[in-house]
Structure formats: structure tokens, C-alpha cells
Design a protein. Structure first.
Length: 312
């Protein structure tokens, strides 16, 4: 385990930064990011793009195969921004990449309502393991990894505005081979928890007192999701400081949405919403930093504050 990038990675990053100065400046402007984001690019994100690209060539037997990268990060951790940046850089240096989110694999609204009736009412709410179409995720990854010249692979899309899967006619399609595939989500790579059967918050205590919802989630992590996450070649973690930060960031985000749209969740509803994710998030914070290939540590100000590499 190291807390810095290899010097060769940093040298390549510095050279690439000069070559990509203009498109990176345009990215920062388009994403409406603060100028301080340049520090994250120089110290962490551009080296990460190069490091991941080099991982594809570490194993001589798989140089022509797709590298599947899992990106795990709690709500508000910056997964979408990081994904957009990596895709931009790889495109500019000739690396063919695409990706999709765990969020785009949610079961349809009708399927989740049926699950809520048959197993537990809380499963009608999208979010936790058990509310995704795992088979669709496995199939999409397999098809993208096998994609050749001229092939077109549909990328699933979930429409949160209607809380349902978007019509397949609206899905985008990726054409051709994929060098690096990014699969991101709040619990990508999560393992089942051990013990800790007692409720840890008011949602579990009041709405799942007998633990049926929790048991179902853990069974899903032990079964179908293990198969999905086993397809990852590299695991990157955006490590949030703690659950308090997740709640604060989600509350801030919701306040901004309310100001822009004139409606949204109340603060009490946000607390209940975040509690759906608390058990797995706490388990991730405890065990994933020791096994993820790369961990980017976030401070309470959202900025990346440190690095942990668990593989060369």
C-alpha cells in the first residue's frame, strides 16, 4: 500500500497536462467547477486516468481485452464528475471508453412494487441491492467486452423523473470495441455484512423491526451481486469521510434542487432516505479501503485529501 502515485505516472501526467490544457479548461467551465478543481486534476485525477490506462497493459495476456473498472462512492462523492473527466481524457489520448451506472439498472416500477408486496414494502423504493436488474448489468458488461468493429451495444437508462426504466428506444448505443469500461455506483463492489443484526437507525427500527428487508439485501449481496461485481478488474473507491457528510451533502443537493424546481424532499424525508443506504455505506467505509485497488479520500469540503494505492 502506498500513498502516492509512482513517479513514472506523475511524469506522464505533467506532460499530458500541458498538452490538454485547453480541453481541461473547457471541461471545468462546462461542469461549473471551481478553479480549485485544477489541484485535484493535477494531483489525483489525471494520474488516475493514466494509472488505469496502464492497468490494462499490466497483464500481457489481456492487452487486447476490455478493462472493467468499478467506481464506488457514496452519494455526493463526485462519481459523475470523475466519470466524465476520465472519459474525456481517455478520448483525447485515443483510449476507447464507455460506461454506465448501477442506477441505470433499477428494476421497473412495476417490478419493484411487486417485490414490495411479495417480500417487503421497503423494496418498492429503488436504491438498495435487490432493486436492480442484475442480469441486465451482467449482460451489458459482457456485450461491451465482446463488442467489435461495427457492433452497437445498447446502454440501459433509468429515468428518475418518472421512477421507471426509460423506453429502450431512448437508450444510447456504443459502437465498436471498448478498451476501458467504467461501471459506477454507490455500492459497486460491496460485500455482505457480517453480524450487526440489530437496527442501526430509526428506519430499520420502525419499518423493518424483524430484519426481513435487511436479510433480503444481504442475501442479494451474497448471491446475484457477487456475480456482477466479480466482473470488475479494478476497483476504485471515492471514500466519503463519514455518514454525517453523506447526509449533509445530500441535504445541500436537495436544497439546491428545491430552489431550482420549487419542490423536493423535506429535511426529515432526506434523513429517512439516507437511512436506506446507511448500513451498507458504513460497512463499505470499514472494509473496502483495505481491498480497493485505489482509494481517493475525500474531505468534508468534497475535495480529495489523500490517496491510497493497494496495487502497483
Amino acid at each position: 500500500m502506498t500513498s502516492s502515485w509512482p513517479e513514472a505516472i506523475l511524469q506522464r501526467a505533467r506532460a499530458l497536462r500541458q498538452a490538454l490544457e485547453e480541453p481541461i479548461a473547457e471541461f471545468i467551465a462546462e461542469q461549473q467547477l471551481p478553479s480549485s478543481f485544477n489541484r485535484a486534476i493535477d494531483q489525483y485525477l489525471l494520474p488516475l486516468a493514466i494509472w488505469l490506462e496502464e492497468q490494462r497493459h499490466q497483464d500481457q495476456t489481456r492487452q487486447e481485452q476490455t478493462l472493467v473498472v468499478g467506481l464506488c462512492g457514496g452519494q455526493g462523492s463526485g462519481k459523475s464528475t470523475l466519470t466524465a473527466f476520465l472519459t474525456l481524457v481517455w478520448g483525447l489520448i485515443g483510449v476507447r471508453s464507455t460506461g454506465f451506472s448501477l442506477d441505470d439498472l433499477y428494476l421497473t416500477r412495476a417490478e419493484r412494487l411487486r417485490l414490495g408486496q411479495q417480500v417487503h414494502p421497503l423494496l418498492a423504493t429503488r436504491g438498495v441491492p435487490g432493486t436492480h436488474d442484475v442480469a441486465l448489468g451482467i449482460d451489458t458488461i459482457q456485450r461491451l467486452c465482446r463488442s467489435g468493429e461495427g457492433d452497437q451495444t445498447p446502454i440501459p437508462r433509468f429515468d428518475k423523473s418518472i421512477d421507471d426504466r426509460a423506453a429502450t428506444s431512448t437508450w444510447s448505443h456504443y459502437r465498436g470495441p471498448v478498451d476501458i469500461l467504467l461501471f459506477e455506483g454507490w455500492c459497486v463492489g460491496a460485500l455482505p455484512w457480517q453480524g450487526a443484526e440489530e437496527p442501526i437507525n430509526s428506519l430499520e427500527r420502525l419499518e423493518d423491526p424483524e430484519g426481513h428487508w435487511r436479510d433480503y439485501i444481504n442475501q442479494q449481496l451474497q448471491g446475484p451481486y457477487r456475480q456482477l461485481f466479480s466482473m470488475l478488474d479494478v476497483l476504485v473507491m471515492l471514500k466519503v469521510p463519514d455518514m454525517q457528510s453523506v447526509l449533509a451533502w445530500r441535504t445541500q443537493q436537495e436544497h439546491q434542487l428545491r430552489a431550482a424546481r420549487g419542490g423536493g424532499m423535506s429535511d426529515a424525508e432526506i434523513v429517512r432516505f439516507v437511512q436506506h443506504y446507511e448500513r451498507i455505506t458504513r460497512n463499505l467505509l470499514e472494509e473496502m479501503p483495505g481491498r480497493a485497488d485505489c482509494v481517493l479520500e475525500l474531505g468534508r469540503d468534497h475535495a480529495i485529501a489523500g490517496l491510497r494505492l493497494n496495487r502497483p
